[in-house]
Unconditional design. Structure first.
Length: 254
C-alpha cells in the first residue's frame, strides 16, 4: 500500500509537471513577436535599404505561432538585398521575399532619382580629384547662332549640388593624346536632370566643378558669353538678342 501510494503521488507530480510545461509552451506560443510587415506596396526590385530607409514597413507584434518561417525582425537584415516579388501591404516580410544583390548604386536610388554616366576627359571631369560622395555643379557649353547671324559660344551652370556616385581614381593615361581619353563619372540626379545632361553631353560640352564639403553656397545660374565676360553686358540682353533672331528665323521659315 505504501509503495502504491508513493507511485500514485509520483505519477501525480509528473502529471502536474507536464501540465505546467504544456501551459508554459502555450503561453510562449501566444507571446507576441515583433516582425516587419509591409506598410506600402513594395514593388519587385526595390532595394532593401530603400524599404528600411523610406519607412515602407511597420513593426507589428504577432503571436509566435502565427509568425512565418524566416520572418525578418531586424531592418538591418535588408541591407544588400532587393525585393524578389511585389510585396503587398500587410504581408510579413521574410528572408525568402528578398534576394541578395551586388549592386551598390541602384540600391541608393528612390522615386525620381536616376544614375547617369557621363564621359569626361581629365580636365572637364576632374578625374582623379572627384570621388564618390562628393558634390559637384554641372556646366554646359554650346555654340549657337546669334542675332548677327554668327556663331557664339555660350556657357551656363545647369545643375548644382549633384552627388557623385562613382568616379575613377585616376585617368587612363598621362602620355601623348591623354587629353582625348575619357572616363565615366556617375552622377545622382532627377529623371529630368538626367535628360538635360544627356542632351548637353551629346550636343555641347560638359564640365563638372567640385563643391566644398560643408557650408557650400551658390549664386543664381547665369549665362556666360564673350559679351558678359569682357564687357559686362547683362545676360538678359544676350538672351533677348538670341530670341529675336530665333523668332525672325521661324517667321522666315513659315
Amino acid at each position: 500500500m505504501v509503495a502504491g501510494g508513493f507511485a500514485a503521488i509520483l505519477a501525480g507530480a509528473i502529471l502536474l509537471f507536464y501540465v505546467a510545461q504544456y501551459r508554459d509552451s502555450i503561453k510562449k506560443e501566444q507571446q507576441p513577436v515583433a516582425v516587419l510587415v509591409a506598410q506600402d506596396l513594395i514593388p519587385k526590385g526595390t532595394p532593401g535599404t530603400v524599404v528600411a530607409g523610406q519607412g515602407m514597413y511597420t513593426i507589428s507584434k504577432i503571436p509566435s505561432d502565427r509568425v512565418q518561417n524566416g520572418a525578418i525582425t531586424d531592418p538591418n537584415a535588408l541591407k544588400g538585398t532587393v525585393a524578389a516579388n511585389d510585396l503587398y501591404p500587410g504581408k510579413q516580410l521574410t528572408e525568402s521575399d528578398f534576394v541578395s544583390t551586388t549592386s551598390t548604386i541602384g540600391a541608393t536610388l528612390i522615386k525620381y532619382q536616376r544614375a547617369i554616366s557621363v564621359p569626361l576627359d581629365s580636365a572637364h571631369g576632374l578625374i582623379g580629384y572627384v570621388q564618390p560622395g562628393d558634390h559637384v555643379d554641372v556646366l554646359a557649353g554650346f555654340v549657337i547662332n546669334g542675332a548677327d547671324g554668327k556663331q557664339h559660344p555660350v556657357l551656363k551652370t545647369i545643375m548644382q549640388n549633384i552627388l557623385v556616385l562613382d568616379a575613377p581614381s585616376s585617368g587612363k593615361s598621362t602620355g601623348l593624346g591623354s587629353a582625348n581619353s575619357t572616363e565615366n563619372v556617375v552622377l545622382d540626379m532627377s529623371d529630368l536632370q538626367a535628360a538635360q545632361l544627356a542632351f548637353s553631353s551629346d550636343y555641347g560640352k560638359v564640365w563638372i566643378i567640385l563643391r566644398s564639403g560643408a557650408g557650400s553656397q551658390q549664386h543664381k545660374e547665369e549665362i556666360v558669353t564673350l559679351e558678359t565676360l569682357l564687357f559686362g553686358v547683362p545676360p538678359i540682353s544676350i538672351s533677348n538678342a538670341y530670341h529675336r533672331f530665333e523668332r525672325q528665323a521661324l517667321k522666315g521659315g513659315s
